[in-house]
Design a protein around this ligand. Sequence first.
Ligand SMILES: [Zn+2]
Length: 86
Amino acid sequence: MLEAVGIHCHTFNEHAAGGLGELAATAVWPEVWIVREQQCSLARSIIEEYERAPEKNIDCEQCGESNPATFEICWRCSTHLTAFEG
Ligand SMILES: [Zn+2]
């Protein structure tokens, strides 16, 4: 989702949930590292926006991916979202 708006980032621990129980919970949470420090606040606002309205998602007609209602194009396949039509 962040890459779709031009924010370069790396994610860690995406697949580490299986270790839960042996490791401290905070050690296996997914982490997002933003490459450019000046994009951190933008990335944070996007994530907060996403978490604030999780029920207002739009399903992409092309690939079926769920997108935040604030998005105009699908973050996955860049298809224009048609949430505000009809
Ligand atoms: Zn899509």
